[in-house]
Design a protein around this ligand. Structure first.
Ligand code: AMP
Ligand code: MG
Length: 421
């Protein structure tokens, strides 16, 4: 009877007592990866996408001078009475400051970004004034001391940290660095990542498919994900399921790269074979992770290089890369914040799911007409159906214990664009 119950529950769920949770697998990976830590100096534009190795402190106040935020008239706040008429003492343009002074009862015509003349503390926008020759009347009394003025050092004061070490440099940061007059920054050296595919059935582009053959797509998705991450890549090609070839390829990859990634050959039928091969060149552990897709995963070292043996199915490769490899690479690159963006969205459809594994279903995240974030699954979710990734713009992350999800239920979503966020 007991046996019957056990069999019945195993049909309804996916629990595997020997499997690691995704959190445990990631924690084990992260605790054994360290930042490469080698620093080089690059010019500002070359720093895009690189990881900043030291804090950048500003050598100047930004803005450097107290200046106007509007086109109008620079005045003394004492002179701000409604209907007050002031004498025009000169003009201050961006890059061409007013040279003379500005006494009580006077004003200076000023443009956005132009330096505030000595004595002035407030700008009255042009539309609240009336001018006749060199007399300017303030037609509105709503302005107070300091209005429409940007103080020197208000954005960043001299000596203040403008960008923190460990940051992935974004387009806005290039502009910020330029605004500080910074010419070069210290960044961590690029990581070198070698990757290869394993399988007798795999053919490279340009080859003809024989019976049972498939084109190798994993080296293309891996290439794309790695280049987007900003690492140097070494494509080691396809390796046949021949122990000697594998041993040689892994050893070579371990010598030329910081990280080696393989795909295929880690599922149950092949694990022993790859295990035996890798045992000769490195220290590798084989894990079953409670996730779908991507249950089998190998992790360890080939010489000094970190090794990831990803499953062969095309979607599994991408899921395990984003969930485990990318965080580890980001840590090795010296990046401090590498958590992907996660948002809540309402499931538009029913999601089939068995308890026991975390599922990374592929979805399309979009705003409903009422503004709600909704997510719907892309078509068939098989781990070999790359189309499900291509059609999607996010992972729908369903927790281990969750069963089927009914329409209208909020779910966690990782937008693909936020995976580097
Ligand atoms: P494996 O993990 O080696 O058992 O492979 C699982 C499935 O993924 C098999 O159907 C393989 O043909 C397929 N596969 C493995 N590697 C690749 C690859 N590089 N490109 C496309 N499909 C692959
Ligand atoms: Mg294989």
């Amino acid at each position: 009877m007991n046996e019957g119950t056990a069999r019945e529950s195993s049909c309804l769920d996916d629990y595997d007592p020997q499997a690691l949770s995704t959190e445990e697998a990631l924690a084990r990976i992260l605790e054994s990866t360290v930042a490469v830590g080698v620093v080089e100096r690059v010019t500002v534009r070359a720093a895009l996408g690189r990881i900043l190795a030291t804090d950048v402190r500003s050598g100047i106040d930004v803005p450097a001078h107290t200046n106007s935020a509007m086109d109008g008239y620079a005045v003394r706040s004492d002179d701000l009475g409604p209907g007050k008429t002031l004498r025009l003492a000169g003009t201050s343009l961006a890059g061409r400051p007013h040279a003379g002074g500005m006494g009580p009862g006077e004003c200076v015509r000023i443009m956005t970004g132009a330096v505030m003349p000595a004595g002035a503390d407030t700008v009255v926008p042009q539309e609240f004034t009336r001018r006749e020759d060199d007399l300017v009347q303030i037609v509105d009394g709503r302005f107070a001391h300091g209005d429409n003025v940007r103080a020197a050092g208000e954005d960043i004061a001299a000596g203040q940290v403008a960008l923190d070490a460990g940051r992935r440099i974004q387009p806005a940061d290039l502009g910020l660095l330029a605004s500080l007059g910074v010419v070069e920054v210290a960044v961590y050296r690029r990581l070198r990542v070698a990757f290869l595919s394993t399988g007798d059935e795999l053919r490279s582009l340009g080859e003809t498919l024989g019976p049972g053959d498939v084109y190798d797509s994993n080296r293309y998705t891996l290439y794309g994900m790695l280049v987007a991450l900003g690492v140097d890549v070494v494509d080691m090609g396809v390796v046949r399921d021949v122990p000697e070839d594998l041993r040689e390829a892994f050893a070579k990859a371990g010598e030329c790269a910081d990280v080696v990634i393989s795909s295929g050959g880690v599922s149950v039928g092949e694990a022993d074979f790859v295990k035996e091969t890798l045992g000769a060149v490195g220290r590798i552990q084989f894990w079953r992770v409670a996730m779908k897709p991507g249950r089998p995963l190998a992790y360890g070292r080939i010489g000094p290089a970190v090794f990831f043996g990803l499953p062969g199915n095309p979607v599994s490769v991408m899921v395990t890369f984003y969930q485990f490899v990318q965080p580890a690479l980001r840590r090795m690159m010296g990046e401090t914040h590498w958590l992907p963006l996660s948002v809540r969205a309402v499931s538009a459809t029913r999601l089939k799911k068995r308890p026991g594994r975390v599922e990374y279903q592929r979805g399309v995240l979009e705003r409903a007409p009422d503004g709600t974030l909704m997510v719907r699954r892309t078509g068939a979710q098989g781990s070999g159906i790359l189309r499900s990734m291509s059609d999607g713009n996010c992972f729908i992350v369903l927790p281990m214990d969750s069963g089927d999800v009914e329409p209208g239920t909020p779910v966690d979503v990782q937008p693909f664009h936020g995976l580097l966020g």
